[in-house]
Design a protein around this ligand. Structure first.
Ligand code: ZN
Length: 65
């Protein structure tokens, strides 16, 4: 099967985010471990990354569709 089954827009966004850099805007730390924490409600998806150095929280809000 050439079709990618089970690849929702949500999944594609998640992969894109996981490939992106997690940089803390507060202290400049770039995290190479862990990943974004994802919470979704309806068509909105929120990604959060908690800096392990200073505990600042980076948040990205996205809309699906
Ligand atoms: Zn930080």
């Amino acid at each position: 099967m050439a079709l990618e089954k089970g690849r929702s827009p949500f999944e594609r966004l998640r992969r894109k985010f996981e490939a992106s850099e997690r940089r803390c805007s507060a202290c400049g730390h770039v995290d190479t471990e862990g990943g974004w924490r994802v919470t979704a409600s309806g068509s909105r998806v929120r990604y959060q990354f908690v800096c392990p150095v200073c505990d600042a929280v980076e948040t990205r809000d996205l809309r699906l569709g």
